[in-house]
Design a protein around this ligand. Structure first.
Ligand code: 3HC
Ligand code: NAI
Length: 703
């Protein structure tokens, strides 16, 4: 039987090895194994020092996140660490890979910490909606003081070994090749008396000067008002670290435990942990297992506008060579200059050195107005105007010059990928790669699979996403794919709500209060009121006569209020103020439009606004699932989280719906349908799930 924790004897040193792939997480068996092996080593007179280390690629990466939300199984991690603390024999942690969360707390419960040079330590619990709950908030300040502990635990950032040494989080960085070698050498010195036994719980020097002062905590709380809006656990982290400074150690631990429980019980923990797992599952696409990937070294981008330039930058920064094609020399010069400008900004932000930028521009990037320049590339992403005829002409040119096996991708937002594929002699090589703006920043990439797209082309799309540091989501072909299709539906509801009685400012405030970074009208002002106008005109020909249509946004467009770029849209932007002020002119336009239709304004509470917005989103998402445009609810969660600002701590719209209860969502939809049956046709899938008493989670699966 393979043991998840084993004890190896090296003379008078006992090495306790945690071997629980893939990341040595501290599940129940590991905690029990640690406790038992520790007792064995402590009870053995021949053992003079104890080493704790991880097998394979890493030390312990933390608690087993899959256990959260389930009934706790003893022994608890804090109890195991109490046993370590009580050990009369020195315990040394030998760190490699990542020592995170509960893993780093185990290391803090040891008397010494030695690390390989490429090791990293960290307390990233905040990213999961919790706090370090096994002494991390109490021991860290005792090593580095309150201010640095706040910084480390509130950010959740990893700290590299050399920096950890400088801070005092660890005792030595070893040049050894393995943690066993590093740990044994250090343990030998400890046994030989080079280091006195030192328990972190007993250290006071770093916190003495913080005691009795509240400034550092007041400051942290004030900062959180801006940076952690709506979040729960960061505030609890400040409370826990303050307890470390003000209370005796054991009382501090008790306080930490209470605060940890509160976090564990919060819905934010469930949302954030869901987000953690789905972003790892999203790339494991059913039906794609074993599909080969085509090699990617060089790429082409057709169109050097907003998107083409951003896509080129993203590719260049990932080490691909890029050839940009534009329709004439003037447009090409503009496209090349845009890329140059974005790279300059990367240099300014310290993401790229001046030299590497120069090298990229000289060696990896070129432009042409001749399609022949693409004859050697492995993939081309087309980002020309959103016009089927223009795109078809581009695809015909690409079909004529690309080498066999090259991938033809389109960045279209809405157009039919199958129709584009049909115009080529190689529809199996055609795919949609829908980037989001700004393309060199936004993490989401919708990978749009046409009827004939070959699996290896899809697999290569996912490989490209990974290489670009993006998260690929598989989507099927329809107007708007996953994200824009769902957006179009919930976006309409906000116009309806304004016509019904809410002001645009109340809508924005309610949506921000839900956790979105911006309100939909602020987004409209940022993107340009003209963009929405063009979208509505595109849909004029196919709009169902039963669909409600609100003219308010058209009135803004006609008044030249294009948003931030024209100084006025839904908000007024005077003197370059990008936050914008409420504008009575807009409120009057709204009143006038209501008057024309004889609508009597009814007030809508923030909760009513949020419920209607979310119900529209979830209902359309269920239709997207039902039609197979998204294969799994998790694909929708990831799309909305990474492309549309859905608050991560709510897990995504499908997770949110599960937490609220699908029966309630359906009841809301049926209630709204009494007023507007056309807009609120419940998704069959949603009705079925409610009837079966199941949730969206039950439909999640990965390859
Ligand atoms: N529990 C359970 N599973 C975990 C896990 C954890 N703590 N950490 C990672 N995994 C799983 C992943 O889900 C993935 O599973 P899969 O192969 O089935 O998809 C597998 O391990 C490998 O993970 P990654 O794909 O993320 O591998 P990487 O090499 O890219 O990254 C890592 C490794 C840096 C360790 C990253 O997984 C990570 O950041 N993990 C979370 C670390 C963390 O948050 N720890 C704190 C936990 S909370 C805690 O400790 C509470 C304590 O205070 C009481
Ligand atoms: P843009 O107008 O900024 O750029 C289009 C570029 O294509 C222009 O530089 C133009 O000169 C060039 N072009 C036009 N016809 C060409 C041809 N035949 N050959 C070569 N170059 C040609 O447009 P933008 O915003 O970059 O959009 C491009 C595509 O990306 C569209 O399909 C759009 O729907 C899609 N998209 C846009 C997003 C956005 O937020 N702007 C987001 C995601 C996708």
């Amino acid at each position: 039987m393979s043991e998840v924790v084993r004890l190896e004897r090296h003379g008078d040193i006992a090495a306790i090895v945690v071997d629980n792939p893939p990341v040595n997480a501290l599940g129940q068996a590991v905690r029990q194994g640690l406790s038992e092996r520790l007792a064995e080593a402590v009870g053995d007179d021949a053992i003079h020092a104890i080493l704790i280390l991880g097998a394979d690629r890493t030390f312990i990466a933390g608690a087993d996140i899959r256990e959260f939300g389930k009934p706790p199984q003893p022994p608890s991690l804090p109890d195991v660490i109490v046993e370590m603390d009580a050990s009369p024999k020195p315990i040394i942690a030998a760190l490699h890979g990542t020592a995170l969360g509960g893993g780093f707390e185990v290391a803090l419960g040891c008397h010494y910490r030695v690390a390989l040079a490429d090791a990293k330590v960290g307390l990233p619990e905040v990213k999961l909606g919790i706090l370090p709950g096994a002494g991390g908030t109490q021991r860290t300040p005792r090593l580095i003081g309150a201010a640095k502990a706040l910084q480390m635990i509130l950010s959740g950032d990893f700290v590299a070994a050399d920096k950890a040494l400088e801070l005092g989080l660890i005792d030595q960085v070893s040049g050894a090749k393995t943690p066993m070698e590093a740990g044994l050498a250090f343990a030998r010195q400890v046994v030989d008396g080079a280091y006195p036994l030192r328990r972190v719980r007993d250290l006071e020097d770093e916190i003495l000067s913080d005691r009795g002062k509240t400034e550092v905590f007041d400051e942290a709380r004030a900062k959180l008002q801006k940076t952690a809006r709506g979040l729960f656990s960061p505030h609890k982290i400040v409370d826990a670290i303050q307890a470390a400074i003000e209370l005796p150690f054991d009382d501090g631990i008790t306080r930490e435990r209470e605060l940890f429980r509160e976090c564990l019980d919060s819905p934010q923990r469930a949302g954030l942990i869901h987000a953690f797992f789905v972003e790892r599952q999203v790339g494991k696409v059913p039906g794609l297992k074993g599909a080969a990937r085509r090699p990617l070294m060089s790429a082409g981008v057709v169109g050097g506008g907003t998107m083409g330039a951003g896509i080129a930058v993203s590719m260049l920064l990932s080490g691909l060579t890029v050839m940009m094609i534009e329709r004439d020399e003037e447009s090409l010069a503009r496209g090349l200059a845009t890329v140059d400008k974005i790279l300059d900004a990367s240099v300014k932000r310290g993401k790229l050195t001046e030299d590497s930028k120069a090298a990229v521009m000289a060696e990896s990037f070129a432009g042409s107005v001749e399609y022949g320049a693409l004859s050697d590339v492995e993939i081309v992403v087309e980002a020309v105007f959103e016009d089927m005829e223009v795109k078809k002409a581009v695809f015909a040119e690409l079909d004529a010059v690309l080498k066999p096996g090259a991938i033809l991708a389109t960045n279209t937002s809405y157009l039919d990928v199958n129709a584009l594929a049909a115009g080529t002699s190689r529809p199996e090589d055609v795919i949609g790669l829908h980037f989001f703006s700004p393309a060199h920043v936004m993490k989401l990439l919708e990978i749009v699979v046409g009827d004939q797209t070959a699996p290896e082309v899809v697999a290569t799309g996912f490989a490209l996403a990974k290489r670009l540091g993006k998260i690929g989501v598989r989507a099927g072909v329809c107007d708007g794919f996953i994200g824009n299709r769902i957006l179009a539906t919930y976006r309409k509801q906000i116009d309806y709500m304004v016509e019904d009685g809410a002001s645009p400012y109340e809508v924005d405030e309610a949506i921000r209060a839900f956790g979105f970074p911006m309100g939909p009208f602020q987004v409209s002002d940022l993107a340009g009121v003209d963009i929405g106008w063009m979208t509505r005109r595109r849909l004029d020909a196919t709009r169902d006569p039963r669909e409600r249509y609100v003219e308010v946004a058209d009135r803004l467009y006609e008044a030249g209020r294009m948003g931030q770029k024209s100084g006025a849209g839904w908000y007024l932007y005077s003197d370059g103020d990008r936050r914008g002020a409420k504008d009575p002119v807009v409120e009057n336009i709204v009143i006038e439009e209501r008057r024309k239709k004889g609508i009597e304004a009814k007030a809508l509470s923030p909760e009513q606004i949020q419920r209607r917005y979310l119900a529209a989103m979830i209902n359309e998402a269920a239709k997207v699932l039902e039609e197979g445009i998204a294969l799994r609810p998790l694909d929708i969660d990831v799309t909305l989280l990474y492309g549309y600002g859905f608050p991560r701590w709510r897990g995504g719209p499908m997770k949110y719906a599960d937490m609220v209860g699908l029966d309630q969502i359906l009841a809301d939809i049926r209630g709204y349908a009494e007023e507007d049956a056309f807009a609120w046709q419940p998704a069959k899938l949603l009705v079925d799930l409610v009837e079966r008493g199941e949730n969206f989670e039950s439909l999640n699966q990965s390859a």
